[in-house]
Ligand binder design. Structure first.
Ligand code: 0O2
Length: 278
C-alpha cells in the first residue's frame, strides 16, 4: 500500500477528528463564557498511526478492504472530565446529537457503578485490567475534497484520574505485551481501585470544588475588565486618574478582596461613561 493510498484513506478520518475536536472545544468554551462549569476539561483527537493499523490488521486477520468496517477506532477522540458525573453529562450530550450531526452505533461503559446517563441505562463494569472509561462508537459524516463519506469514530470519555491510570497501564502493556509481570498487574489493579476511591472522594466535594473554580474564573474576569478600563483612561488622556486607579487596584489586589474589586470595576465603568458623555 503506497503512501498516497494511506494519505487518501486517512484524509476523511483526519477531517472527522479536526471537526469533532473543534465542536467539543466550542462546547467547553461556551460553557466557560456563560460562567458555568464545563463538564469537559480537555479534548484531544488523533488518527491511528499506520503502524498501529497494520498491527490491528495482523492481530485480527483483517483484509485491507475490510479496514473501514472492522477497525472502528482509526479516528479517536478523548474527552477528559474532572468528575464521573461530568462523564455522564458529556455522554448525554452526545446521545442527544444521535441522528443529528452523528449516529451512535455502540456504547461500552467500562465505569464502576450504575450508569447515571439519562439517555442510556445499564450497569458499567471496569475491564479485567482495571481500565475505566466510557466509550461511544459513532458514525460521522464528512465532506472532504475526495467526496462524501461516513467514518467510524471512537469517543473515549474519562476522568483525569482514569486517564492517568490508563496512560501508565498502556505504556506498561505496550512494553510487556501479553506478559505483564504479576507484581505489576496487582499494583495496577490496586491503583485502579484507588482511582475509583479518588473519583468518589472528588465527587463528594464537587460542589465545593466547582464554587472555588467559579470564584477563580470570576476574579480573573473582573481583573481583566479593570485593566481594560484603566487602559481606556489612558486612551482618553486621563493619565492622573489612570495612575490613581492603578495604585488603588494594586492595593486591592494585594488584599485579594474580590468584593472590593467588583466595586472598583463598577466605579471605573461609571467614570469612563461619565468622561465619554462629557
Ligand atoms: P490504542 O493504542 O489506544 O488505540 P478493539 O481492540 O478496539 O478492536 P475492543 O477491545 O472491544 O476492540 O475495544 P475497547 O475495549 O473499546 O478498546 C478500545 C480502546 O480502549 C483501546 O484501543 C484503548 O485505547 C482503550 N483500552 C481498552 N482496554 C484498555 C486497557 O485495558 N488499558 C488501557 N490502557 N486502554 C484500554 P487500542 O487499539 O487497544 O489501543
Amino acid at each position: 500500500m503506497s503512501t498516497q493510498y494511506w494519505h487518501e484513506f486517512l484524509t476523511p478520518y483526519s477531517q472527522a477528528v479536526d471537526e469533532l475536536v473543534l465542536k467539543f472545544n466550542n462546547l467547553k468554551n461556551q460553557a466557560m463564557t456563560l460562567g458555568e462549569n464545563s463538564p469537559i476539561e480537555s479534548v484531544r483527537g488523533r488518527v491511528k498511526t499506520i503502524s498501529s493499523i497494520l498491527e490491528k490488521i495482523n492481530k485480527y486477520g483483517i483484509e485491507v478492504d475490510e479496514m473501514e468496517e472492522r477497525i472502528l477506532d482509526i479516528a479517536g477522540i478523548r474527552i477528559i472530565c474532572q468528575f464521573v458525573e461530568d462523564i455522564y453529562e458529556v455522554a448525554d450530550m452526545i446521545h442527544e446529537r444521535d441522528g443529528r450531526d452523528l449516529t451512535v452505533v455502540k456504547v461500552k461503559n467500562y465505569l464502576a457503578g450504575e450508569d447515571r446517563s439519562t439517555l442510556q441505562t445499564g450497569q458499567g463494569h471496569p475491564k479485567a485490567s482495571g481500565y475505566q472509561s466510557y466509550h461511544l462508537i459513532i458514525k460521522y459524516p464528512v465532506f472532504c475534497a475526495l467526496g462524501y463519506k461516513e467514518v467510524f469514530v471512537e469517543i473515549q470519555i474519562r476522568t483525569l484520574a482514569m486517564n492517568f491510570w490508563s496512560i501508565i497501564e498502556h505504556s506498561l502493556s505496550y512494553k510487556y505485551k501479553e506478559k505483564l509481570p504479576d507484581d505489576l498487574k496487582s499494583r495496577l489493579m490496586s491503583a485502579a481501585d484507588n482511582v475509583i476511591t479518588l473519583d468518589r472522594e472528588m465527587s463528594e466535594i464537587r460542589g465545593e470544588i466547582q464554587s472555588a473554580q467559579r470564584l477563580f474564573k470570576m476574579k480573573s474576569s473582573v481583573v481583566n475588565t479593570i485593566l481594560d478600563y484603566i487602559d481606556d483612561l489612558y486612551k482618553l488622556n486621563q493619565v492622573d486618574k489612570a495612575v490613581e486607579y492603578e495604585q488603588f487596584f494594586a492595593e486591592l489586589s494585594a488584599q485579594e478582596d474580590i468584593v472590593q474589586l467588583i466595586f472598583l470595576k463598577k466605579e471605573l465603568e461609571a467614570e469612563i461613561s461619565r468622561i465619554q458623555n462629557e
